[in-house]
Write a protein that binds this ligand. Structure first.
Ligand code: G
Ligand code: G
Ligand code: MN
Ligand code: NA
Length: 249
């Protein structure tokens, strides 16, 4: 309850900030960053998104927080080298709110961030109700030039019909399949199949949760397009991000 009440005022009190985790083309060519929301609570310290996003959704606060997130991330990303992309997560409540596409396109217009450099990540749960609305939303974003990634693929309510019916640019394989990649031949088979499936559908594949060089090498060998995880870099705050960009660019 305490947390709930402080969440209500966290935006006004400027308690949110953003970390950025690099995405690389193997072995190490940086292509962009995923923006990850953080909440610095005045007494409890940093609260992870898994602990407050569901609460924000339940209390109808996620739209406003998501709007702040998108705008702030686009502003910050304007300072990056011009070829880097920015990936922003959309929660189900945000994605399903009417007017999303107008809101997104107005935001990038106001900030002056190029649509082609923006990727929006949605999870499969969002698409559970396969309404024409969802498809319209994705198609409109696509027409604007924005890239769409299917996040956490392979967990939740995976359905191949999503891949058939929705215009994704990228599939992000959930870290659940990457964790034991070198020990478990089943994970290997699944990851290989997802790469082949994605490429057959003209989509890119990102592996999430890549924690070791060996995993990275295996994924590169299998043709995985992009890697994300601690073996490349953890999510970075503003200072470390500057250092990372200066060294890496
Ligand atoms: O950042 P961390 O590794 O703790 O992320 C935990 C979860 O929170 C991930 O599933 C991530 O997608 C989600 N998340 C992080 N930032 C945002 C955000 O800005 N919006 C939404 N909707 N989800 C986010
Ligand atoms: O669901 P989503 O993919 O958006 O979540 C990203 C989350 O994954 C972030 O909270 C981030 O901190 C976490 N993460 C990023 N890289 C790794 C990794 O290599 N291993 C693990 N266990 N978590 C990671
Ligand atoms: Mn994500
Ligand atoms: Na994910």
């Amino acid at each position: 309850e305490l947390l709930r009440r402080s969440l209500r005022v966290a935006l006004q009190r400027d308690e949110f900030f953003i970390e950025y985790q690099p995405l690389v083309e193997p072995p190490s060519n940086v292509v962009g960053f995923e923006a990850l929301l953080r909440w610095r609570h005045p007494t409890l310290g940093i609260i992870p998104p898994a602990a407050f996003i569901p609460m924000a959704e339940a209390d109808g606060l996620m739209r406003e927080i998501g709007q702040w997130m998108l705008e702030e991330a686009c502003r910050e990303a304007l300072a990056w080298p011009a070829h880097y992309t920015l990936a922003v997560n959309l929660s189900p409540a945000e994605f399903l709110t009417p007017g999303l596409t107008d809101r997104v396109s107005q935001t990038i217009d106001i900030v002056g961030f190029p649509a082609e450099r923006l990727e929006l990540e949605i999870t499969e749960g969002v698409l559970l109700e396969r309404t024409t609305n969802n498809l319209d939303t994705l198609n409109t974003l696509n027409v604007l030039g924005i890239q769409i990634s299917l996040d956490d693929f392979g967990t939740e309510y995976s359905s191949l019909s999503y891949l058939k019916n929705f215009p994704f640019d990228t599939i992000k394989i959930d870290r659940y399949f990457i964790r034991d990649l070198l020990q478990d031949t089943k994970s290997q088979t699944i990851v290989r199949s997802v790469i082949s499936l994605a490429h057959g559908l003209d989509m890119r594949v990102t592996a999430e949760g890549v924690e070791t060089q060996q995993q990275a090498a295996w994924l590169q060998h299998e043709g995985c397009d992009r890697l994300q995880g601690y073996s490349i870099s953890p999510p970075l705050g503003a200072d470390k991000l500057d250092d990372f960009i200066r060294q890496g660019a």
